[in-house]
Each structure stands twice: as structure tokens, then as C-alpha cells.
Design a binder for this molecule. Structure first.
Ligand code: IPE
Ligand code: IPE
Ligand code: MG
Length: 261
């Protein structure tokens, strides 16, 4: 019987990563903290605390491997609907992580960035974010973007409003609206498109994350719960990505011949 290497998880684990084919922009929906805690008979908060540790491991691993842009979904616009106690804890964790991880960002030459409606966050979190963004602004190994109070539909709605008001005030003509102009009005205007989208915890949905930016992303879903995600899991995701053929609408033959027609 012929065993295909690509389907064998042991092989996947030990295979080296192709350094010439690292996804430039990795986005992660960090899901499963609550279930991880529940499995251990603990409160959801315990899961979030351990989720914060997985963030540090993943950020360092991405930097080491040569990922240039890492975007993490930390809190959605819909997450405000959670019990107040959980929301408050998540905000407290955000603040303490920012204080603790400043060193990690400096050591790894990482620049911090945010997307989302950060004005909705507690003032002290906004202040902490502004400080870390300022202190890391010249770092150039990787851009770490944290999505906070982020919703893709809201992002697109805001872009439409901004463009509409420019048309109304005769700053631009309607004919000038194209895809790149829409891009420029999104929170992610200074980020490239997503190459690899990872979601942990076995859920197969986007939950309102980066709808526009994932048009041609490769998706990787893993049952691993976020607090258990680490360098090894990241390697598995990247190896899986490296087995894909990204055709962008063309045929496989065209890609192999490297021709346009
Ligand atoms: C992800 O874990 C963290 C946030 C959404 C803030 P969850 O808290 O959603 O964990 P599950 O999905 O309930 O297990
Ligand atoms: C998505 O996870 C948001 C984050 C990971 C921050 P959720 O747990 O909120 O998503 P749903 O509600 O299961 O779709
Ligand atoms: Mg969840």
C-alpha cells in the first residue's frame, strides 16, 4: 500500500520548513480558551490567562521563522456581549500583558499595531497601547497587529462612509473608487493581504474577522485549543500551507510554466 507523505502527521512533524515559502502575513483566530479551562474544571478566566502565554510563544515563533506580519484576533465587537466579569478580566489581562511583554517585543525587534475600535477600550488600556506602539515604532523584524474591539463589517462600513463623504465633498470622484481605494480606508491599510488564516478550537468560521483581507488566504483549522498552541503547532500550520498551490484564478499548468496566458 502506498502511503502519501503529506497525509502522515508524523512526517509532517519532522519535515523542515521551506524558508523560501514563509507566509508573509499570518492571521490567527485565537479560540478555545473557555473550553480549555472547562476541561480542567476551572473558570474561563483561567483559560484566558493561559491563552496569553500562548500569545507570547506564537509571537516569538513567528518572528523566528520570518513571518513579517502577524495579526491576532483578541477581542471582537461581538465579544462585548459576554458577561461583564469576563470582559473586565480580558481588559485587565490585555493591560498586564502589554506591560509584561514590552521586553519580548523589544528583544525580538517587533512593532506593535492595533486594528479595531480601540476607542471603546478602557482608557488605561488605550494609554498602555499608545505607549507600547510609540516605544516599538522603529522595530522592523515583524509587525504584530492585535485586533481589539474589531469587527470586519464595521471596518467595511466605516470605509464606505469615509469614501462617501469624500465624494460628497468633491474630494474624489465616484469613478476614482477602486479596490485599492477601499483598501486604503480599512483599518489594515498598511498591511498586505492575509496569506494564511489559522483558527484554533475546531470551529470552522471567521466570526467577523478580516472579511475583505482573506479573499485569497489559505485557511488552516486545528482542533487544538488556543492555550495549547505553540511553536510546534505553528510549524504544522506552515508546513500544511506550503503544500498548497495558490492559483489566484489561474490554472495549475499556467503556474508551472510561469506564463500569463
Ligand atoms: C477565545 O476563547 C478568546 C476570546 C474570544 C476573547 P473563547 O473565550 O472564545 O473560548 P471558547 O470558545 O469559549 O472555548
Ligand atoms: C472569535 O471567537 C473572536 C476571538 C477569537 C477574539 P469567538 O469565540 O468570539 O467566536 P464565536 O462566537 O464562537 O463565533
Ligand atoms: Mg470562542
Amino acid at each position: 500500500m502506498k502511503i502519501e507523505q503529506g497525509n502522515c502527521t508524523n512526517m509532517t512533524n519532522t519535515k523542515p520548513i521551506d524558508k523560501s515559502n514563509i507566509p508573509q502575513h499570518v492571521a490567527i483566530i485565537m479560540d478555545g480558551n473557555g473550553r480549555w479551562a472547562k476541561q480542567r474544571g476551572k473558570k474561563r478566566v483561567f483559560g484566558h490567562e493561559n491563552g496569553a502565554k500562548a500569545v507570547r510563544k506564537t509571537v516569538e515563533a513567528c518572528g523566528n521563522i520570518g513571518v513579517k506580519y502577524l495579526t491576532l484576533y483578541a477581542f471582537s465587537t461581538e465579544n462585548w456581549k459576554r458577561p461583564k466579569l469576563e470582559v473586565d478580566t480580558l481588559m485587565r489581562l490585555l493591560i498586564s500583558s502589554l506591560r509584561k511583554e514590552m521586553k519580548t517585543l523589544a528583544k525580538n525587534n517587533i512593532r506593535l499595531n492595533t486594528i479595531g475600535n480601540t476607542k471603546d477600550l478602557p482608557k488605561v488600556a488605550q494609554k498602555e497601547l499608545a505607549e507600547v506602539i510609540e516605544k516599538t515604532k522603529t522595530n522592523d523584524q515583524m509587525v504584530l497587529t492585535i485586533a481589539l474591539s474589531y469587527g470586519a463589517r464595521e471596518e467595511i462600513k466605516n470605509a464606505v462612509k469615509l469614501i462617501a463623504s469624500k465624494v460628497k465633498n468633491n474630494i474624489i470622484s465616484e469613478d476614482a473608487i477602486d479596490e485599492s481605494m477601499i483598501n486604503e480606508h480599512l483599518y489594515t491599510h498598511d498591511l498586505p493581504n492575509v496569506d494564511l488564516m489559522i483558527r484554533t478550537s475546531g470551529e470552522h468560521r471567521l466570526s467577523n474577522f478580516l472579511l475583505w483581507q482573506v479573499a485569497y488566504a489559505e485557511f488552516y483549522f486545528t482542533p487544538v485549543l488556543w492555550p495549547d498552541f505553540n511553536e510546534e503547532e505553528l510549524h504544522k500550520a506552515i508546513l500544511n500551507y506550503q503544500q498548497r498551490e495558490r492559483r489566484f484564478g489561474k490554472t495549475s499548468e499556467q503556474l508551472k510554466q510561469n506564463v500569463d496566458a
